[in-house]
Design a protein around this ligand. Structure first.
Ligand SMILES: Nc1nc2c(ncn2[C@@H]2O[C@H](COP(=O)(O)OP(=O)(O)O)[C@@H](O)[C@H]2O)c(=O)[nH]1
Ligand SMILES: [Mg+2]
Length: 308
């Protein structure tokens, strides 16, 4: 399901969205309620200008409702409205249509309906939303970017139509910690990350933020709040993930924990807070500056060598 992004993909996706935007009245940006920050596309804010937008936090049923509340104002701007959705419930997408109708009065005697476009990273719930709004299965399945030459529109109400192909964008990959969280929810695949590593990052956070959810699932004795490796080992024993000579198979144990997390079996968890976003963004800026400084130094050294 997850796809890997290469510069060529990103360039193409960016060009497609930019080309479509002039004919779009509202951008519906689908985010993962568990990752309201890392599931954003780093380029979209620049592309959208002051075009009106809706930010839909999908998979709200898998997130922590308290944090979803906290995130709402942080995701809202003068032109962007935020809402949380559980699309697996019948009528789960209705608030989107209601908001579109409430926010944009119909144009009297309009010949054409207004157009909305759904965008977001892979696996976040775009197709589910498009199909729910259309009232039937219209969205192309799979995560391949659009290959249709002509944009197909579907009516979703008297005054609105929707592109039936979502704009597939890449997530925020510059922040390493965010990359692990995207892997934990299953939205990116990185061959350099193994299950155990991803799971330990998830467990570090969950042990600090949601220890009770872990205790409820795996038993009090399996949870060692200051040691995620030990906790994973105990969970492995607890759930029978054993390999040669009865040693815990960490990879299998990690899969069990991530499966429990992804399906919501552990309970609603949100992996990011607005404070984390601020501090991690500062970290990324610092790293960028260091990288630029190193590049400059190399260039100067090369110049100096050439002069000699
Ligand atoms: N639990 C839950 N699952 C959802 C929700 N929205 C979408 N999904 C599931 O997430 C997966 C990816 O959805 P899809 O619409 O194909 O994502 P896309 O790649 O962005 O088009 C599917 O298995 C959906 O059933 C939601 O609100 N809650
Ligand atoms: Mg899709």
């Amino acid at each position: 399901m997850a796809i890997q992004w290469f510069p060529g993909h990103m360039h193409k996706a960016r060009k497609e969205i930019a080309a479509a935007l002039p004919r779009v009245d509202v951008i519906i940006e689908v985010l993962d309620a568990r990752l309201p920050y890392s599931s954003q596309n780093p380029m979209l804010n620049e592309l959208r200008g002051d075009k009106p937008g809706l930010r839909v936090l999908a998979k709200a049923d898998l997130a922590d409702p308290k944090l979803t509340e906290i995130w709402m104002p942080a995701l809202t701007t003068d032109t962007i409205q935020a809402m949380a959705l559980t699309q697996t419930e019948p009528g789960g997408a209705k608030p989107v249509l209601d908001t579109l109708s409430a926010r944009f009065k119909p144009i009297p005697n309009a010949l054409k309906p207004r157009v909305a476009m759904v965008v977001g990273i892979p696996n976040v719930g775009k197709s589910t939303l498009i199909n729910a709004l259309a009232g039937r299965a219209v969205a192309k399945t799979g995560n391949e970017p659009a290959i249709t030459k002509r944009q197909q529109h579907v009516r979703i109400s008297d005054h609105w139509s929707l592109r039936d192909t979502p704009g597939v964008l890449w997530p925020n990959l510059e922040n390493v910690q965010g990359g692990y969280r995207l892997a934990a929810v299953g939205s990116v695949r990185d061959t350099a990350m193994d299950n155990t590593e991803v799971c330990l990052v998830l467990l570090d956070y969950a042990l600090e933020t949601y220890p009770t959810l872990l205790r409820n699932r795996y038993g009090n004795d399996a949870i060692v709040t200051d040691d995620s490796t030990r906790t994973l080992e105990l969970i492995g024993k607890q759930t029978g993930c054993l390999g040669a000579r009865g040693h815990v198979d960490y990879d299998r144990a990690a899969r069990v924990v991530m499966q429990d997390f992804r399906t919501g079996t552990l309970g609603g968890m949100t992996l990011e807070t607005p404070e984390m976003q601020v501090s991690e963004e500062q970290e990324v800026i610092k790293l960028r500056q260091m990288r630029d400084a190193a590049k400059l130094q190399k260039r100067e050294a090369r110049k100096a060598r050439r002069k000699r």
